[in-house]
Design a protein around this ligand. Structure first.
Ligand code: PLP
Length: 405
C-alpha cells in the first residue's frame, strides 16, 4: 500500500473532534494510540452478533466467539513470529504480563541469585520485581544511563555473571524514545545463562519484531499502543520456560482437575488465563494488527522517522529548549523542557490550542532523577500525525513562552 497520511487520517473518527474550538492535534501516542474505525466496529460487532463466553459452550454463538478469540492469538503469533500459538498468553497488557513473570520467579530464585534491570524503565518493569525480591531476597542490580541517556552497556558487561538469572528492560524508552541494543543484551545474557524479558510496549507500534530471530525468552506488549483497545495485551514466553512458572491467578479456565485436596493446571496458554478474559478486546487486538499490517510497519517506521527529524529540528530552533535523550537511534518521542518554565504550564497552554501532549515523569522517575529534573513535556508522534500539526505545535509553544515569561 502506498502511504497516504490524509487517507489514513480518515480512518480515525477522533481526529474530527474539536478541543477548545481547535482541531485535535494528538501528540500523546506513546501513552495510548488512537483507534481506527475497523477496530472500533469489531468491538460493536462482537456485542451485536456473537457475544458469549468462550471455551465453554457447545452452542454456536460461544463457538464463534471462541474461534474469533483464538484467531486473534494466532494473528499475534504470526505478527511477532512466535514459534507456537500457545506461547502467546492474552493478558490485560504489559503491566499484567510483567507481574506474571515476576510472580513466576518468586519461588524459583533465592538470595544467592541476581537479577538486572535497566535504569530506563517504566515503573511497571521496576515495581513487580521489587515486590518479588522482598520475598525471595534475590539481588537487584541496575544498568546505569550515560550522560546522553543511553544505557551504559560496558557497565552491564561488568555486573552480569553466572549468578544472574533474569535481565529485564524495555526495547524502547517511553520517556525518551531511545531504542536499546536488545540483540546485544540478549546475546550477553544468554552467554551468562540468564533469561531476558523485553518490555515491548513502546517498540511494537513502530517496527517489525521477530521473536524467534531475537531469541528473546519473554516479550510483552499492550494493544492500546498499537491501535487496539485498552485492557488487552500479550505475554510471549518460550514454551519450556512458561511451563515451569506458577500462574499468578487461579480460577476458572486455568485448571485441568480440581479437588479440595489438589488442583492441577491446564496446559499453555490457558494456565495463565484464569477467569473470563477481555474477549471483545482480544478480538479487536487482532483487527488492530490487521490494520497496521495493511499500512505496513516499514511504511510506518519511515514516515514516523521523517516526522521525528522534522519535529526535532523545528523544536531545536526554540531558544532555551532542551531535548533529553537526543540520540541517533530513537522512535518518534521527543522529551523536552524550556528554560525557567514548568512542563505542566506548557502542557496546559498547548491544550488550549487543541494540542495533546504529556507532561510529568511519564511513570519513569529514575530517568528524571538521572537528568536531575522533575519532569518533561513529551511529544510522541505517530503515523497519523502531519508536518502541518508539528508547525502548529511550534507556533503554540512560542505563544506559551511569551505568555509564561
Ligand atoms: N512499559 C512501557 C515502556 C510503557 O510505556 C508502558 C505504558 O506506558 C507500560 C510498560 C505499561 O503498559 P500498560 O499500562 O498497558 O500495562
Amino acid at each position: 500500500m502506498t502511504f497516504n497520511v490524509e487517507n489514513i487520517r480518515k480512518d480515525f473518527p477522533i481526529l474530527e473532534r474539536k478541543i477548545n474550538g481547535k482541531s485535535l492535534i494528538y501528540f500523546d501516542n506513546a501513552a495510548t494510540s488512537q483507534t481506527p474505525i475497523s477496530v472500533i466496529e469489531s468491538i460493536s460487532d462482537y456485542y451485536k452478533k456473537y457475544n458469549a463466553n468462550i471455551h465453554r459452550g457447545v452452542h454456536s454463538v460461544s463457538e464463534e466467539a471462541t474461534e474469533a478469540y483464538e484467531s486473534s492469538r494466532k494473528k499475534i503469533q504470526k505478527h511477532f513470529n512466535a514459534n507456537f500459538s500457545e506461547e502467546i498468553i492474552l493478558t490485560s497488557g504489559t503491566t499484567h504480563s510483567i507481574n506474571i513473570i515476576a510472580n513466576g520467579y518468586t519461588d524459583l530464585l533465592t538470595s544467592d541469585d541476581e537479577i538486572i534491570v535497566s535504569g530506563m524503565e517504566h515503573h511497571s518493569n521496576i515495581v513487580p520485581w521489587q515486590m518479588m525480591v522482598e520475598k525471595n531476597h534475590a539481588k537487584l542490580s541496575v544498568i546505569p544511563l550515560k550522560e546522553n541517556g543511553e544505557l551504559d552497556i560496558d557497565h552491564f558487561k561488568s555486573i552480569i555473571s553466572e549468578k544472574t538469572k533474569i535481565v529485564f528492560l524495555n526495547h524502547v524508552s517511553n520517556a525518551l524514545g531511545i531504542i536499546n541494543p536488545i540483540e546485544e543484551i540478549i546475546e550477553i545474557s544468554h552467554r551468562n545463562g540468564a533469561v531476558v524479558l523485553i518490555d515491548g510496549a513502546q517498540s511494537s507500534a513502530h517496527f517489525t519484531i521477530d521473536l524467534q530471530k531475537l531469541d528473546v525468552d519473554y516479550f510483552t506488549a499492550s494493544a492500546h499502543k498499537l491501535c487496539g483497545p485498552t485492557g488487552i495485551g500479550f505475554l510471549y514466553g518460550k514454551k519450556n520456560l512458561l511451563e515451569k512458572l506458577t500462574p499468578l491467578m487461579g480460577g476458572g479456565e486455568m485448571i485441568s482437575d480440581v479437588t479440595f485436596e489438589k488442583t492441577t493446571y491446564a496446559e499453555l496458554p490457558h494456565k495463565f488465563e484464569a477467569g473470563t478474559p477481555n474477549i471483545s478486546g482480544a478480538i479487536a487486538f487482532g483487527y488492530a494488527l490487521d490494520y497496521i499490517n495493511k499500512i505496513g510497519l516499514d511504511n510506518i517506521y519511515n514516515y514516523e522517522n521523517e516526522l521525528l527529524n522534522y519535529a526535532t529540528q523545528s523544536l531545536k530552533k526554540i531558544e532555551g529548549l532542551k531535548i533529553y535523550g537526543d540520540t541517533n537511534n530513537k522512535t518518534s518521542v521527543i522529551s523536552f523542557n524550556i528554560e525557567n518554565l514548568h512542563p505542566y504550564d506548557i502542557g496546559s497552554i498547548l491544550d488550549k490550542f487543541g494540542i495533546a501532549v504529556r507532561t510529568g515523569q511519564h511513570c519513569a522517575q529514575p530517568i528524571m532523577d538521572h537528568f536531575l529534573i522533575s519532569g518533561t513535556v513529551r511529544v510522541s508522534l505517530s503515523f497519523i500525525n502531519t508536518k502541518k500539526e508539528i508547525d502548529k505545535l511550534i507556533e503554540a509553544i512560542n505563544i506559551a513562552k511569551t505568555m509564561l515569561s
